[in-house]
Design a protein around this ligand. Structure first.
Ligand SMILES: Cc1cc2nc3c(=O)[nH]c(=O)nc-3n(C[C@H](O)[C@H](O)[C@H](O)COP(=O)(O)OP(=O)(O)OC[C@H]3O[C@@H](n4cnc5c(N)ncnc54)[C@H](O)[C@@H]3O)c2cc1C
Length: 269
């Protein structure tokens, strides 16, 4: 069997969707010390405090932030001009996700498909019901289409649900008589880091200053790298290990070793 890429095989929760991962981590924490659905609107590294939009102020000994770097710099009261300038050089795109429920079973047996041609608004569609049968009611199918948006591709005012449905019909995924029982659009912003030529210097200027302020940044947009979930979680784990003086595991190198092992296997495996 030919195995293409790092995600040619993957694990997925049987029930509850991918949200079971954060829920599983949450189960190990003291719920009284966790505050969800709360927006941070100021960080004062000098006073070692974080303020939320509800006006609550939290003091900290160590601050580990997974906020996107441009947000973190904007909120940090004392960020100097050269750090703010570095943050303004970071580039990213937004992805609009279009979620559809269709009253027809098994519209595809794929996990996901890529669409490179210009006539499709979306670049990827996936079929959550094929990750886990609990991700669509009986007799139905589910689709998630991803549509990228940036200053190079402005989608303002476009009807993304209608464009997704017509694209899916063009691709032969949907039929003209298919009944759409659910449709929702949700933006992910930022979605992907764009690697510009000064990515490395901008990120190191910001992280250097944050480190001086006693702030550790973790995760996809805290490290400003193309991390998947495992790397984002590993990044947070390593920050805690660093505070506790424990050794850090280089997850990227460990994954590279894993890939080497996989590609060294005989093709029949
Ligand atoms: C379209 C798409 C498909 C993907 N598919 C996969 C996949 O199949 N497998 C995989 O492993 N990974 C996938 N990823 C990557 C995965 O989503 C990320 O690696 C992961 O979400 C990173 O987690 P994080 O906690 O670092 O960042 P995020 O999940 O971005 O979390 C940062 C959080 O900060 C919050 N925040 C921002 N500002 C504030 C504020 N002022 N106050 C409080 N909170 C704030 C945001 O709301 C957000 O919840 C995909 C990503 C995208 C965009």
């Amino acid at each position: 069997m030919t195995r293409w890429g790092p995600n040619s095989s993957f694990w997925y929760p049987k029930e509850g969707g991918i949200e079971v991962l954060p829920k599983g981590l949450m189960a190990a924490l003291d719920p009284d010390r966790v505050q969800l659905d709360t927006e941070v609107n100021a960080i004062d590294p000098t006073r070692q405090s974080v303020t939320t939009t509800t006006g609550e102020v939290f003091e900290y000994d160590d601050l580990i932030s997974s906020l996107p770097l441009p947000v973190l710099v904007r909120l940090a009261a004392n960020a100097p001009e050269h750090v703010r300038a570095a943050a303004s050089r970071l580039r990213w795109n937004t992805v609009y996700t279009v979620m559809l429920g269709i009253r027809r079973e098994a519209i595809s047996d794929h996990h996901w498909d890529y669409f490179h041609e210009d006539q499709f608004t979306f670049h990827r569609i996936s079929y959550p019901m094929n990750f886990s049968s609990t991700l669509a009611p009986p007799g139905c199918s589910s689709i998630l289409a991803e549509i990228s948006h940036s200053s190079y591709r402005d989608l303002t005012g476009r009807d993304l649900v209608a464009e997704t449905i017509s694209g899916l019909k063009l691709a032969g995924v949907l039929r003209d008589d298919d009944e759409i029982v659910f449709a929702k659009v949700a933006p992910i912003a930022p979605a992907y880091v764009i690697y510009t030529l000064d990515h490395e210097s901008a990120v190191s200027t910001i992280v250097e200053w944050l480190t001086e302020q006693g702030i550790r940044t973790v995760g996809r947009f805290g490290e400003w790298e193309y991390f998947n979930m495992d790397q984002a979680i590993g990044s947070g784990r390593d920050a805690v290990r660093a505070i506790e003086g424990e050794p850090i595991i280089d997850l990227v190198a460990a994954e590279a070793d894993e890939l080497t092992v996989m590609s060294a296997r005989p093709a029949s495996h």
